[in-house]
Design a protein around this ligand. Structure first.
Ligand SMILES: [Ca+2]
Length: 531
């Protein structure tokens, strides 16, 4: 057995942590599983490996690691106990080659039991480096918290909810590849544009809060790659979940569905290619920032109505008070759209975004757009092909150029710029700004201080722009007035109060922005830097 230095250090750290935690034992056992093993073995070495992951999971106590040799495993596993914060239980691949995990048939009747790995009512389980292939379903985190799934590959299921977090919080899905869900067999009867059977790669469901999906790649999907949803959004409110730094390529249907909940974050993602929509936005107080939405091509061929199809579709009564900023929308067939003309969609703010070379930019069909449904476009770059085009359509047919919108709807359309943003090489996906870009230092402030003060509690006019990391990642680094950057430790969205990590001074009306270069934030997702 090759023991790496890193493994030794990690093992020592676990043992030390267990000791410090006052655990009854400092033993952190290693179990070994191999297709050529035997469940009658002790499982304590390569030579005496167990045959099934299930047997090893039964034996594993907090702090223990189950090392799974490459090969194929056909079984279902239910985790019988939890780990602890200091001593998680880890299931991981050991050695080169794939650990392929699939499920036997027939499928059991109970929903949770159909998954290859059922983590129900548990905490601190780590799953690492495994390949789930052609399972009934992959992993369910059912009322389970603080579990981590990382470096795994997900390839093929026979169910709608491929990986589900149900009433679970502080779980993380990191650096995973989602290749394939259900095989599409046709289209819904009477709706020839809706693929069947539908499937979601990851469903963050019902009372699931503070979960993180980061650094994953997603392939084609017949419903939604990541959904944050509830059957009844009035009853369940999945809140403060973060989806970041993922790549969604040719999703065909949707990358993200914000269906329910508050203060969820979608940031630094790339959404590109064929889709019905990249984002379906039906919840409120979300942050959507620093994403690149590029090359949207309508997979439905404008079915059943062109009004439904665009990079972002906003709809229904909960789609209010979202903060959508510093994103890039480039070369999309259509960009912003909606189909809920009779709903109340208001106080969504689009700020410091670049909308460039799209065939259609803003279509918001809501009526009463100056009174009941007020949505703001502030300091964005908006240019299709040539200046002077009607880039804004409100209601069904009220068309405006940027200048007309600024003149007639000046409180809603302010400071937008009708210029080429001057990317280094947009065709090759290089969206860095060239010297002389009109985006440089042209962004408007996110918000301002609501009072003068000193200390660590900064009252701001609007706190919805900011995230304290939700217990998952570092909080936003911000600049308040002329202070050096500070980190946000806590956002109180009700009181619009930011708690920062050190004492500062500020004046009433001081600008509050995320960390930026130069005098002000740039427009778009990348701050200017010299070549
Ligand atoms: Ca700047």
């Amino acid at each position: 057995m090759v023991v790496t230095r890193r493994a030794c250090v990690a093992g020592l750290a676990v043992a030390l942590a267990a000791l410090l935690a006052g655990a009854g034992t400092v033993r952190a056992a290693e179990y070994f599983v191999s297709p050529s093993g035997d469940d009658a073995n002790p499982g304590t070495s390569d030579g005496k490996a167990l045959k099934t992951i299930a047997r090893a999971a039964d034996m594993a106590a907090p702090g223990d690691t189950v090392n799974i040799a490459p090969g194929k495993y056909v079984e279902r596993v239910k985790m019988p106990r939890s780990g602890t914060a200091e001593a998680p239980i880890t299931l991981r691949r050991r050695g080169d080659g794939e650990v392929v995990w699939t499920t036997p048939e027939p499928d059991p009747p109970r929903f949770q039991d159909t998954y290859a790995l059922c983590i129900e009512g548990r905490e601190h389980i780590v799953v690492e480096g495994l390949t789930f292939r052609d399972c009934k379903a992959w992993i369910v985190l059912w009322e389970s918290n603080r579990c981590t799934v990382r470096d795994c590959t997900f390839d093929g299921v026979r169910t709608y909810n491929a990986l589900r977090i149900n009433n679970g919080s502080f779980n993380k899905v990191l650096n995973c590849r989602f290749l394939r869900a259900q095989k599409q067999t046709g289209f819904r009867e009477g709706s020839s544009w809706i693929p069947v059977p539908g499937a979601d790669y990851i469903e963050i469901f019902r009372g699931s809060h503070n979960n993180l999906v980061e650094d994953c790649t997603f392939g084609r999907i017949t419903h939604t790659a990541v959904s944050i949803s509830a059957v009844d959004p009035k009853q369940f409110s999945p809140t403060r979940n973060i989806v970041r730094e993922n790549v969604f390529t040719d999703p065909y249907w949707k990358c993200l569905w914000f269906h329910a909940g508050k203060h969820n974050v979608f940031e630094w993602n790339l959404c590109t290619g064929q889709a019905a929509n990249f984002v379906q936005l039906e919840s409120g107080t979300s942050i959507i920032r620093y994403n690149r939405f590029t090359h949207y091509r309508d997979s439905t061929n404008a079915q059943p109505d062109v009004l439904l199809r665009g990079a972002i579709r906003m709809q229904y009564d909960f789609a209010q008070r979202n903060r959508i900023y510093n994103n890039l929308f480039y070369d999309n067939d259509r960009t912003l759209t909606n189909n809920s003309f009779r709903w109340h969609v208001t106080d969504n703010i689009f700020k410091n975004n670049i909308f460039f070379r799209n065939r259609q930019t803003i279509f918001l069909g809501f009526p009463d757009y100056t009174t009941k449904n007020r949505n703001y476009f502030l300091s964005n770059v908006i240019l299709q092909k040539e200046p002077g085009e009607k880039v804004i359509r409100l209601m069904r047919s009220d068309d405006f150029t940027l200048a007309e919108a600024a003149a007639k709807l000046g409180d809603l359309y302010r400071g937008n710029v009708e210029s080429d943003p001057l990317f280094r090489n947009a065709e090759k996906g290089d969206f860095h700004l060239k010297a002389g870009s009109p985006c440089q230092d042209a962004g408007s402030h996110l918000t301002v201080a609501a009072s003068a003060g000193q200390g660590r509690q900064v009252a701001v006019k609007d706190s919805l722009w900011f995230c304290d990391g939700n217990g998952l990642i570092d909080g936003d680094r911000i600049i308040v007035g002329s202070n050096k950057a500070v980190r946000i430790d806590k956002v109180d969205y009700e009181k619009h109060m930011l708690q920062v990590n050190r004492t500062i001074n500020w004046k009433l009306g001081d600008p509050v922005n995320l960390v930026h270069e130069g005098k002000a934030p740039d427009i778009g997702p990348v701050e200017y830097e010299a070549e």
